[in-house]
Design a protein around this ligand. Sequence first.
Ligand code: NOJ
Length: 766
Amino acid sequence: MKWICSVSLAVSLAMQPAFAVQSLPAPHAMTEQARDAFVSQLLKKMTLDEKIGQLRLISVGPDTPKEAIRDMIQKGQVGAIFNTVTRPDIRAMQDQVMQLSRLKIPLFFAYDVVHGQRTIFPIPLGLAASWDRDAVSEVGRISAYEAADDGLNMTWAPMVDVSREPRWGRVSEGFGEDTYLTSVMGSTMVKAMQGKSPADRYSVMTSVKHFALYGAVEGGREYNSVDMSPQRMFQDYLPPYKASLDAGSGGVMVALNSINGVPASADSWLLKDLLRKQWGFKGITISDHGAIKELIDHGVASDPQDAVRIALKSGMDMSMSDEYYSKYLPGLVKSGAVTMQELDDATRHVLNVKYDMGLFNDPYSHLGPKEIDPQDTNAESRLHREQARDVARKSMVLLKNRLETLPLKNSGTIALIGPLADSKRDIMGSWSAAGVTEQSVTLLQGMQAATAGKATLLYAKGANITDNSKVQDFLNLYEKGVTVDSRTPQQMLDEAVEKARQADVIVAAVGEAQGMAHEASSRTNIDIPPSQQKLLAALKATGKPLVIVLMNGRPLTLVKEDQMADAMLETWFSGTEGGNAIADVLFGAYNPSGKLPMTFPRSVGQIPLYYNHLSTGRPYDFTNPQKYKSRYFDINNSPLYPFGYGLSYTTFTVSPVTLSAPAMAHNGTINASVTVTNSGKRDGATVVQLYLNDPVASISRPVKELHGFQRIMLKAGESQTVSFKIDADMLKFWNQQLQHVAEPGKFNVMIGLDSARIQSASFDYR
Ligand code: NOJ
């Protein structure tokens, strides 16, 4: 297979300057002062309708085709567009503004570029599993490059909703359960996508979402409400949004959920007091799809006017995909229910970000002349396959490897079985943006390329992803998400078993359809679907070594699979180059180094199950089991695989922790070090993780909390000392009075290669 990689793009990405400002003549200086003066002047010229028009964000689609909005664009009734992703389409709309509207205020164009634009990278949960800042930064830069090259100015990403809820399908879109890891990944993504400035030719402005606490929806049920103590909110859930805004994100998408009874879209404490006054945010707030209308269903607005009044007054600047602002704001402003100042504030925020995007300097800055438009939008040469393959390999987590079943020998006969083995759509994951399904590499294709001329590869689908017709219908509601084989389940199973019997080893590709881990796809049961469990049992019964390759967008309950498998590899939905990347890991061309960004429970009944839980008054000790302790009587408290866990084809040892001093002075620092040794026979990378614990504090504190990590590469036999600097800020927490404090006393330092197996030491903070 020959994959063409755009050499010029690849070179420019490697050298970075493609992301530096390639300024066109700038009539307007890119300073805050110049921007404020420009926007103030512009606001004075605008009519009421033109101001309201700026607040409208239209999704182009079947309900609002591009022809239908032409007139509105010309009249200045639209501020921005999303779901339009080609340069000719975008240029045509911008032309309508620039040639026919009164004030010629450029539109901005946005899209859900969540894990790639043309090149699809692993889903964000997989990116988090790499624990690799450089890899995530590369994904951000390439995604922004491709998005800007398509004419886009903004992305609805990153999603930094911390979640301890594997039932929630949207955990696939975020960076997992941990506050620190999510903050690092979110801020890295923002910096990479925005580059030096969102006005640069190959940068896009980010829109951090979903503000706030969406990941904590009750029961993991999509769009459900959130109820949370202020301490937990400030300690665990808000920091990733703050970190992403501190990294410079120009946009914030507001969450659909309510928080302690108040819908985020109607929460002036959230959108004004916290976001703008306390955090100093100067960018734009954008509603999620139809959220203003939904205030009526939330039961906080009596009618459309009421919903609009509440949302605007609460600090919601732009309305996504509903006509409510346009319809009802004129009357509300005229009656005085909404003041002109309030309208001006919202309009100003929209104009500010347009200014920051450089659109007033050049409305076509991300388009260029039409003569250089790509002849084929989906051209192979526009993809960044090499980088996609590399990042995908880094995202994979080896969960089990009995008797060194992996890496596979590239000889003899291998049977590749499973409904996900040759599925081009599923491997791309949930938000595949402008990615083209046909361009993705399946595991079958990847293994065919790897084994050519070496091993014999047999293939059978073996089962449908699910035989449940209701689930099939659900997955096929808006797109052909799953195909159901014309053969009976038994015929498929028989074929698979027959192929498996001929093989030396079986590779079973099982898991979820991409549509099972997406928006609006919550599950009460996070098992592998029964059709595939049956397949696995039949394969196991052949007695051949069984390698399970998982493709899924959330933690699954895998007790039975763990028992059956000789080896198990978590590959998430790994993107355009997924099949090649998985083959690299299976055959040992790449030694896996990924670590879980979420706890994998044994049973759905344990949820929420997360590593940084509080101590209880009756902690359960499994070495001394007692009845009246905090436990389930039918299952262990522990997860199947803990947060931070992941194996390698080599082994590592970690020395005891050495501290630079027995005590840390007030506001001082202390160093904690370990020596990590690659004690196996292969070179490999691992992630050294730093956890802290405050054993006695004014409120109960988590048993451990991640505060640092370093990904290191060690040759076989090599050792490296890894040091972490601990400062007083890392000891702080939000106390009962909501003050952010570090209390004097003992602190435990824990360092390890996952959250469960750690070396510890302690120091005094004075
Ligand atoms: C709704 C989703 O909640 C949000 O994440 C997404 O960005 C918008 N739709 C636009 O597609």
